[in-house]
Design a protein around this ligand. Sequence first.
Ligand code: AP5
Length: 215
Amino acid sequence: MNIVLLGPPGAGKGTQAARLAKASGLLHLSSGDILRAERRAQTELGQKAQEFMDAGNLVPDDLILTMMMHHMSKPEATGGFLLDGFPRTVAQAQGLDVRLSREGKKLDAVICIEVEDEVVLKRLTGRWSCANCARIFHEAFSPPKKNGVCDNCGHSLSRRKDDEPDVVAERLRTYHELTKPLVAYYRDEGLLRPVRGIGSVDEVGEAIRKACPGL
Ligand code: AP5
């Protein structure tokens, strides 16, 4: 299966994608995590992406499409993939459709996790993540066992620079303007599976599995 997880920043895409990938064996491809790894490695792409990400703006479509198609064509992706954070504009979605069909592939479902803007702000300003294994925590909703330390790999946890309230506001504005039109795009393609993102992580996971049997 090839699945897209859509939704505003902080909806829980990364949290749910990691769990679904573990349970299903699909390859989890997070455009945000890939970009952050490129930045840490100081690659040309990482350096180009930096200023867009820190301001809460989108990285240009052509860079993202090339980067994501490269990861989707790796041997680990032959069993199917879960895309998290991509596509994020109608141009990216159209580019993805064209390139997948050239390879004889297609998307099977687009899960849209729906969460209000006020909830996003609370979730993102309390998020801590592990730069080593990408595990995500929240200081109130899913705290690590030991403050500041990843339960999974023992690496220290950090806050994302783009989780500052003013950058979150810009990311939400960008979401409503450029990414939300994808809801109609995928509804028209018959692929959209809307899921309410409020409730515990387990409850949202269960709602996703109900909306997308086989995951
Ligand atoms: P990216 O890293 O993709 O950020 P995002 O989409 O804004 O999503 P987040 O990672 O912030 O949130 P999430 O939905 O994964 O939520 P999470 O599970 O962490 O992108 C960053 C930047 O990269 C972009 O701004 C852009 O510049 C660039 N970029 C990336 N992709 C791009 C693209 N395709 N095109 C152009 N540019 C691109 O959860 C959030 C918090 O809530 C956590 O603390 C978690 O513990 C908590 N939480 C999760 N679920 C629940 C729950 N059910 N109840 C309570 N708390 C919960």
